[in-house]
Design a binder for this molecule. Structure first.
Ligand code: NAD
Length: 356
């Protein structure tokens, strides 16, 4: 594996390999870009098939964080950590405290949060070794579970998308199919139900469905049939890569707006294909940025009202993306990337003033 060409491909600033035989820690921290501020990103724990796969995941996800922070107007850069291991069997205090020591060594260039395979408890161990960690429990002055703010941001983003397509924010009577009713999907459904939407829900975990049906009315759909639902809006809120060559021809929705990361299997190709089919795609990293907004707020002393207010800003950001997409005849994904890159370029120039 040639390391520098991989880093240079998307201009990554730094990659740190963390190894410790005593704790068994094997981790990679990728810092993509710190133009806007310290890199922030989750620590993902996964049993990767190879070290190359782990590195590529860290590089790809850290770059996405740069764009997410840039487009939402946060003064943060993009980073990501991957810890190689099985989150079900390999977690312990020593592992996360050792990881925390490595994060501390970066002296604030990287701020870590929870991600797939890690949770608030793990971050509390990290906190014992470094202050550069967010996503802590409320008891420790943190923001707790970010999913409520993420879901609220998606709800607001759906309204912006509805406004773009139908000239009206209201989701009353709209048929909305939600794939995955875990933390984010559940709260999203509750907002949509209060608004008067007709819900179609699917989950591979029957307990999640049963629990949600205590608070909302919904049609339950088999997981593999969710793509075929005759609906206005499809909200992928479980796995990534679900918008692909096989599923796109099955979709009957007019809008895709959901919480999952990496929804498009092939970003440019599938963003263009959705556009050609007249399906409005709310770029995933924009519409699900409530989670990042929430943890970013922790850095300044967490206040939920401020986090909610900032998440409401997703409405205007999406409207701007849709306008650029319309006027420049480009996919909504390209339009979002363009806004992020412009901000990075402009603020990057500001950095040079008084630097010598
Ligand atoms: P979660 O694990 O709580 O919920 C995911 C749900 O999807 C689970 O209930 C699971 O059973 C279900 N699921 C898995 N495979 C499925 C399938 N094939 N069909 C239907 N359901 C399926 O996770 P979450 O925190 O709700 O996150 C959901 C998505 O949103 C993830 O892609 C995550 O990366 C993304 N996201 C979450 C946040 C956040 O604040 N939690 C922020 C940004 C992005």
């Amino acid at each position: 594996m040639e390391l520098f060409p991989l880093m240079n491909k998307n201009n990554h600033e730094q990659v740190m390999f963390c190894s410790d035989v005593v704790s068994g820690l094997k981790a990679i921290v990728a810092i993509h870009n710190t133009t806007l501020g310290p890199a922030i990103g989750g620590a993902r724990m996964w049993h990767y098939d190879s070290e190359q796969e782990a590195l590529e995941d860290a590089l790809r996800l850290s770059r996405q964080m740069t764009y997410k922070a840039a487009v939402t107007g946060l003064n943060l850069g993009g980073g990501k950590a991957v810890i190689i291991g099985n989150p079900k069997t390999d977690k312990n205090e020593l592992l996360f405290r050792t990881f925390g020591k490595f994060v501390n060594g970066l002296n604030g260039r990287f701020i870590v949060a929870e991600d797939l395979g890690t949770d608030v408890k793990d971050m509390e161990y990290v906190r014992m070794e470094t202050k550069y960690v967010t996503g802590l429990s409320k008891a420790l002055g943190g923001s707790g579970d970010p999913s409520t703010v993420t879901a609220y941001g998606i709800f607001i983003g759906m309204k912006a998308s509805a406004n773009e397509l139908w000239g009206n924010d209201s989701l009353r009577g709209k048929k909305i199919a939600v794939q995955g009713v875990g933390a984010v999907g559940r709260y999203l459904c509750e907002h949509l139900f209060s608004e008067g939407a007709e819900l179609f829900i699917s989950d591979v975990d029957q307990d999640k469905i049963s629990s949600l049906l205590h608070t909302v009315k919904a049609h339950v759909v088999q997981p593999d049939k969710i793509y075929d639902v005759d609906c206005d809006i499809f909200a992928p809120s479980a796995l990534g890569l679900v918008i692909n060559d096989e599923t796109i021809p099955r979709l009957k929705c007019k809008i895709i707006a959901g919480g999952a990361n990496n929804q498009l299997a092939d970003e440019q190709k599938h963003a263009n294909e959705l556009r050609n089919r007249g399906i409005l795609y709310a770029p995933d990293y924009v519409i699900n940025s409530g989670g990042l907004i929430n943890v970013a707020n922790e850095l300044e002393g967490y206040r939920r009202d401020r986090a909610i207010q900032q998440a409401e800003g997703i409405y205007d950001i999406l409207k701007r993306i849709y306008k650029i997409s319309r006027e420049e005849n480009i996919s909504t994904l390209l339009a979002a990337n363009k806004i992020a890159e412009e901000r990075l370029n402009k603020i990057g120039k500001l950095k040079n003033i008084f630097s010598s």
